[in-house]
Design a protein around this ligand. Structure first.
Ligand code: AMP
Length: 292
């Protein structure tokens, strides 16, 4: 049975956490889909039958730079609880905003390198909000393992950096991106797309894949890949479609890639009306011997 806890004061003292030898945390903002559920399955696998799996569900106001995005974020706690129950999750932590943030809270976590471009550049303060809530969740649940999706690869890189730099005693597990059959990365935001936008949206991963494929050809530069990908993203696109950013960055520090020798990430955020979708593809470096 899944136990729901809302009170952050109660959570660390709950016997399922206090006495757990293997706690596995999956932080989410709810509106759970098969991508999230793949993470909870992984959590159960790691925790085994003796360990404790915990899913947090909290739409963190601190990480929203756009009030309309926060307001429109889908909420479906009852359904989420049922899904967690079906997955055999032990604890669901679903706090209220006011229980987690004092009205005069004044401490936040800030990162200064990996957060400087991609979503960090276009969403002011977003990653400060992410890191702050994730550290709060780590403090409240003291997880031995924490699972994050590669879909949000910049978030994942920042959390790994925070864990390293602040000596947080948890092991981060990266889970591959789960996609719809047509390739669209699963996201809680997908339900906000109109049917027409939804059927158009696989253009994002298709363009990234074709752009990335170019990297295997001789004498190709990062700019060639960006140019091709941009033209594919925009080819016969809808009037309500726009590109927020399209960048090619080094996989290790997420700074703009100057060449294709080391592993890179081709990443984009695209917008349909008000709905912002992110996706990316990894490009192995030309000096990488595993390259096909
Ligand atoms: P969110 O609720 O969007 O904050 O996501 C919660 C966690 O689920 C994050 O670690 C995400 O990276 C992960 N996640 C969301 N969508 C997917 C997906 N399609 N595949 C894998 N992980 C995902």
């Amino acid at each position: 049975m899944t136990i729901q806890i809302n009170d952050p004061l109660e959570l660390p003292r709950h016997p399922l956490l206090a006495s757990s030898q293997k706690t596995v945390l999956v932080p989410t903002m709810g509106a759970l889909h098969a991508g999230h559920l793949a993470l909870t399955k992984k959590a159960r696998e790691i925790a085994g039958t003796e360990g404790t799996t915990i899913v947090s569900i909290f739409v963190n106001p601190l990480q929203f730079d756009n009030p309309a995005d926060l307001e429109n974020y889908p909420l479906q706690l009852e359904r989420d609880l049922q899904l967690c129950q079906n997955e055999g999750v032990d604890l669901v932590f679903a706090p209220n905003q006011s229980d987690l943030y004092s009205p005069d809270h004044s401490v936040i976590i800030t990162e200064s390198l990996l957060s400087s471009n991609l979503c960090g550049a276009s969403r002011a303060g977003h990653f400060d909000g992410v890191l702050t809530i994730v550290l709060k969740l780590f403090n409240l649940t003291r997880p031995h393992y924490s699972i994050f999706g590669k879909k949000d690869f910049q978030q994942l890189a920042l959390i790994e950096r925070m864990v390293r730099d602040l000596n947080v005693p948890t092991q981060i597990i990266a889970h591959p991106t789960i996609r719809e059959e047509d390739g669209l990365a699963m996201s809680s935001r997908n339900v906000r797309l109109s049917p027409q936008q939804r059927s158009d949206a696989p253009r994002i991963i298709n363009a990234l894949e074709q752009g990335a494929r170019l990297s295997s050809k001789a004498s190709i530069t990062p700019q060639d890949i960006l140019d091709l990908t941009r033209s594919l993203l925009l080819k016969d696109s809808r009037k309500d479609f726009s590109i927020d950013y399209l960048e090619l960055v080094n996989a290790n520090d997420l700074q703009t890639a100057q060449d294709l020798q080391s592993p890179c990430i081709l990443a984009t955020a695209c917008i349909y009306d008000q709905v912002r979708l992110i996706d990316h593809i990894e490009i192995p470096g030309s000096t990488d011997t595993t390259k096909q």
